[in-house]
Design a protein around this ligand. Structure first.
Ligand code: ADP
Length: 261
């Protein structure tokens, strides 16, 4: 009989950058699955109304009756919407397009910034990691993630304007830190879609490392076709192409995330 996994202190990490297309959902799916494969118990919360983390793990959004939206509006508990055992060690709280309405509907609600914190806070001790895949904006959903998170993982795409908007994100982080979540900080900056053949990618990586120093993960996520294909097969990269560079990079990131704790 397998030894029961003992959960340590739960870490709630938001994967955040208000710029779209920088690799948030790809990182959410693949880091979560890689942490699961490392023997951790992981919950991935899809907080992006596009639901790319949900569909990328093979869940049909149109079949879902309830999602994180119902939890934020207090119409369901988070336990009621968890889909267990997506892959080894990984549970999912899905998003559907309903979530797009939450941004507006929450405005008139009490304690609207604290809804996600209350929900995921109730799961402390049940998971090693709770990862939150954030929407590409600094609206109320993202504020909920900033209030709920212990720390942030910020993916930065190795392209032109890589740092654009990051200052604004850090301002939001500081505001939430001073008012609502005193221990909030950066857990790590992640360089994504790196193509070492281009001078630009190397320049951007150097610039980010100069600016953020040790906060940048040593692991760099390469740009690979397999990583862009795997969501359409509903599989994390460690299943879709286990031997490839993409899978290896997310496994290495998972080990670094564990070590950083
Ligand atoms: P975000 O969640 O920040 O909007 P995504 O993770 O959805 O970003 O990535 C944007 C697009 O880039 C998607 O089509 C995704 O498949 C692709 N992509 C992300 N990371 C990589 C990578 N390392 N290599 C190749 N394509 C990638």
């Amino acid at each position: 009989k397998p030894v029961k996994h003992v959960i340590g202190q739960t870490k709630i990490l938001a994967i955040i950058n208000q710029k779209g297309g920088v690799g948030k959902s790809t990182t959410a799916i693949n880091l979560a699955a890689a942490l699961g494969a490392e023997g951790k118990q992981v919950l991935l919360v899809d907080l992006d109304p596009q639901g790319n983390a949900t569909s990328g793990l093979g869940i049909d959004k149109s079949e879902m009756e309830r999602c994180i939206y119902d939890v934020l509006l207090n119409d369901a508990t988070i336990q009621q919407v968890i889909i267990p055992d997506i892959v080894e060690g990984l549970d999912l709280v899905p998003a559907t397009i309903n979530l797009a309405g939450a941004e507006v509907e929450l405005v008139s609600e009490m304690a609207r910034e604290n809804r996600l914190r209350e929900a995921v806070g109730s799961l402390r001790g049940k998971y090693d990691y709770v990862l939150i895949d954030c929407p590409p904006s600094l609206g109320l959903l993202t504020v909920n993630a900033l209030v709920a998170a212990d720390k942030l993982i910020i993916p930065i795409q190795c392209e032109f304007y890589a740092l654009e908007g990051v200052t604004k994100l850090l301002d939001s982080m500081k505001r939430v830190k001073s008012r609502l979540n005193a221990s909030l900080d950066i857990y790590g900056i992640l360089l994504t879609m790196y193509d070492g053949r281009t001078t630009l990618a190397r320049q951007v990586a150097n610039e980010v490392r100069t600016y953020f120093g040790k906060q940048v993960f040593e692991t760099v996520i390469p740009r690979t076709v397999k990583l862009s294909e795997s969501p359409s097969y509903g599989m994390p990269i460690i299943q879709y192409d286990p031997e490839g560079k993409g899978a290896q990079s997310y496994i290495s990131l998972a080990k670094e995330v564990v070590k950083r704790g």
